[in-house]
Design a protein around this ligand. Sequence first.
Ligand code: PGA
Length: 249
Amino acid sequence: MAGNWKMCKTPGETRSFLEKFIPAVAGVSDCDIVICPPFVDLPAAVEAARNTNVAIGGQNLHWESKDGAFTGEISGRMLKEAGAQWVIIGHSERRQYFHETDELVYKRTVAALAAGLKPIVCVGEMLKERESGQTHWVLERQFNHGIAKLAPEQFAQIVIAYEPVWAIGTGRTATPDIAADAHRFIRGQAVEKFGSGDVRILYGGSVKPDNIKGLMAQEEIDGVLVGGASLDPDSFATICFASSSSASH
Ligand code: PGA
């Protein structure tokens, strides 16, 4: 269960969130809980989450591992030393607004793994692509040009997030069936390219406390990547409990 805070919350707001959120999810077991705040919030988040069941991640990283002349960028080494364990790569907002390509997604994934971070690699189609029946084609292209270039031992360490762009921040969640169909297709790609569909696939796009149960009831959906609803400690805690077998909320 991963929260993507995007460009929301200051360090002070991060501390306030975690003061409420960490005790609220202390009883969640059997799943990873990850919060990905903006870079400047990482020290506050890592400090507050130390020795808890909440891990912290970045929202992006540069593909160069060595320090260098890349103004405004952050390397995997920096994230790792700051205490991040995870990193989101290839989010559709980065693909749309910051010209992220499948090739860059691949390079960033390799850099994340080299730094010892666990990548959450995002894929997903735009509304016009879904409406024109190109969903599988887009997912296949994103998989082939990005994820499929990893070595099998690299692929074994990533988590994939299926995030249909038309569902992100729109309140228009994919139905559990639509999401499961895309997950099945992505898992099929993994079987084709790596001989194994043993990869965690998260769904992302307007996940809320009131639709989480239906999504998690799908066998194909292993977890969720949550934007808006991860900004409120109660709502994200409710979402986290929905995948926990040992507790109720
Ligand atoms: P949303 O965002 O939950 O606000 O739709 C999801 C995401 O962008 O990861």
